[in-house]
Design a protein around this ligand. Structure first.
Ligand SMILES: [Fe+2]
Length: 262
């Protein structure tokens, strides 16, 4: 499936004014514009063992839809330096380190550097900072860290040319400031819902949707590890209760979704 899916993404023609996205599990997405620009966010494409000695099952639940060697995106962005978002195993095996741009907070940039990404391919981001590449504008947004081991979390506001605005939360705990500082009325909200490890739970994620009023809300970060899983139907139900009018959209892994989809 690996090379096949990457070939499919490369060949896919995105209609004008729209954006195409592929979910690869957890918070991993590939976005593509009508001009052909591709952005990968938080691509966890291996089964990198956790350094933690805690008795938790954090082995991946399904094979990676793309092998790192096959990955071909213009921009490889990470929201923070946890291995399910900035995966050393994935980055070490990338075969296009010299042609992709790498973006993320400082600790992720350190990981890029350590694993052989040339310094001139790395762009450090912080909340409010923006990266422009071809028709892509990638703005880092505020996220509240979930543990003292990594205090540099980001989310991303993603827009290609005049296409839809997508807000991806990154891993974040709940705080008023997260909702206040988030892009307001984005077209699409992509949010963690797992609740575990201090992330937004389904109820808090629906509360965020109620505050920022996206047109569509997509759950993620609930499917990769047995001991960090959640049922996305709880998020769908919480949206009905807390954010009526916000459309729930569950993505199928590895299957293209184009927005707007009417
Ligand atoms: Fe995570």
């Amino acid at each position: 499936m690996s090379a096949l899916l990457m070939d499919e993404i490369r060949a896919f023609q995105v209609p004008a004014g729209k954006v195409a996205l592929w979910w690869l599990g957890q918070m991993g997405f590939i976005f593509k514009s009508p001009a052909g620009t591709t952005l990968g966010v938080d691509l966890y494409l291996t089964d990198t063992p956790s350094s933690s000695q805690r008795p938790l099952d954090l082995n991946r639940c399904f094979p990676s839809p793309i092998e790192p060697e096959d990955l071909d995106v213009d921009v490889f962005a990470c929201t923070h330096n946890h291995r399910d978002h900035t995966d050393p195993g994935t980055i070490a095996r990338l075969s296009r380190k010299d042609s992709m741009l790498f973006a993320g907070p400082a600790p992720s940039c350190e990981t890029f550097r350590r694993l052989g990404v040339p310094s001139d391919r790395i762009r450090m981001l912080w909340a409010g900072a923006e990266l422009e590449h071809a028709d892509l504008r990638l703005r880092a947004t505020f996220a509240l860290p979930t543990d003292p081991g990594d205090l540099n979390h980001l989310g991303y506001a993603i827009r290609f040319a005049d296409g839809p605005l997508i807000y991806l939360t990154g891993d974040t705990a709940w705080h008023e400031l997260v909702a206040e500082a988030a892009p307001q009325q984005p077209d699409v909200l992509i949010t963690c819902i797992n609740g575990g490890f201090a992330n937004l739970c389904h109820w808090e994620a629906a509360g965020l949707a109620a505050r920022i009023r996206p047109k569509v809300a997509i759950p993620c970060h609930y499917d990769m590890f047995p001991d960090n899983a959640a049922d996305p139907r709880q998020f769908r139900a919480a949206l009905v209760i807390r954010a009526p009018g916000v459309r729930y959209q569950q993505l199928e892994r590895g299957r293209v979704w184009v927005y707007p989809d009417e």
